[in-house]
Design a protein around this ligand. Structure first.
Ligand SMILES: Nc1ncnc2c1ncn2[C@@H]1O[C@H](COP(=O)(O)OP(=O)(O)OP(=O)(O)O)[C@@H](O)[C@H]1O
Length: 350
């Protein structure tokens, strides 16, 4: 901890695509995995393609190990890329897919194949060297694509939605394995995803991209605990409010006041999970510090819980058990008292 690692990647990406403008600065250290997380159309793929040299920049730069590669052609960048659907050459064996890059870099056929065999072996795919891509499982195809990207000994590894082509039942296993393989890579890794779980598991650091800009950046746990935009709050399942703190009271932009645990002053964000919200049919005695009478806006199943959406002085989500729902007799348009303990409300500078 505390040690500053040297940046392998340092990039300032500015480009236009029609009305869309991307303006993103990234820096990734040796051995570090950065996830670009964001909604559809946010500009994640554009950023990745710009790093690979597949999209030209209108401004800014791409530096790898201190060398300027802003204008280096795609095939000469020290970059390996894993595409969303892997784009393996279907008419070639797994081995030849992996050997392709080294061959293009001028390695002899024997050397390229030896390097490919070594990588496949390392990824527990030695028995599949002669297999055609269509005969591989999703997880195996992903590893062949990763081996192909690493075969050119890149300093920068780019992964575009690496889990997208996999079915849900295999994702957990494949994700864990990918994480271990990425941990061994000593260059910089940038991966694009719109799945918060991928970002949390695979990345050391997350940059949230919205509307072509980085709106939040930090360690996964920090981003999850202290979201800075409604998009991130929804992703990680937190209620999020913006307001002004005066000691332990935060006056929200909508007019409600939330009592929080830790004193602050000035512009602030308040976050708490839906499970921290208790619902009561009548105003409770000896109540928590935060209590509001709100209107039920909707009820939905959420795992083995029920998520109740409430509106009024503030809009929030509450998770309760199906038994509690029956007991409260909640109906859309009805009212209910919602309480949150100050100790559960996280406050941080906004
Ligand atoms: N071929 C194109 N021509 C013009 N504009 C484009 C083109 N492709 C994308 N765009 C614009 O660039 C914006 C960013 O697209 P990009 O694919 O980088 O987003 P993304 O975050 O990767 O989204 P997704 O997860 O849907 O791939 C889009 O909102 C769109 O307006």
């Amino acid at each position: 901890m505390g040690e500053r690692r040297v940046s392998v990647l340092s990039a300032d990406l500015r480009l236009r695509r029609g009305d869309f403008e991307l303006d993103v600065a990234l820096s990734v250290a040796a051995g570090e995995v950065l996830a670009l997380l964001g909604p559809n159309g946010a500009g994640k793929s554009s950023a990745l393609r710009a790093l690979a040299g597949l999209l030209p920049l209108n401004g800014g730069h791409v530096r790898v190990d201190g060398d300027d590669h802003t204008r280096t052609p795609v095939e000469r960048r020290p970059v390996g890329m894993v595409f969303q659907d892997y784009l393996l050459f279907q008419h070639m064996s797994a081995l030849d897919n992996v050997a392709f890059g080294p061959r293009c870099q001028g390695a002899s056929k024997a050397d390229a194949r030896a390097r490919a065999a070594e990588l496949l072996d390392h990824m527990d795919l030695a028995g599949y060297a002669r297999a055609r891509p269509r005969n591989l499982s999703g997880g195996q195809a992903q590893r062949v694509a990763l081996a192909r990207a690493l075969a050119v000994r890149p300093r920068l590894l780019l992964l575009d939605e690496p889990m997208a082509a996999l079915d849900v039942s295999t994702r957990v296993r494949v994700r864990g394995r990918l994480r271990r393989l990425l941990e061994e890579f000593d260059g910089a890794t940038v991966l694009v995803t719109h799945d918060p779980l991928d970002a949390m598991v695979l990345a050391d650091r997350i940059a949230v991209v919205e509307g072509g800009r980085v709106v939040q950046e930090g360690a996964p746990a920090e981003v999850a605990r202290r979201p800075r935009t409604p998009y991130v709050a929804r992703l990680v399942g937190l209620n999020l409010f913006r307001g002004r703190a005066d000691g332990t009271a935060v006056l929200l932009d909508g007019g409600a006041v939330v009592e929080v645990h830790e004193a602050h002053s000035g512009s602030a964000l308040v976050a708490f999970p839906p499970r921290a919200v208790a619902l009561y049919r009548r105003r409770p005695d000896g109540s928590p510090r935060n209590l509001w009478e709100l209107t039920v806006d909707g009820v939905e199943r959420f795992g083995d819980q029920v998520r109740v959406h409430l509106t009024g002085a503030l809009d929030l989500a509450a998770d309760i058990s199906p038994a509690a729902l029956a007991e409260l007799g909640l109906v859309r348009g009805g009212t209910v008292w919602a309480g949150v303990k100050a100790a559960e409300a996280e406050c941080y500078p906004g």
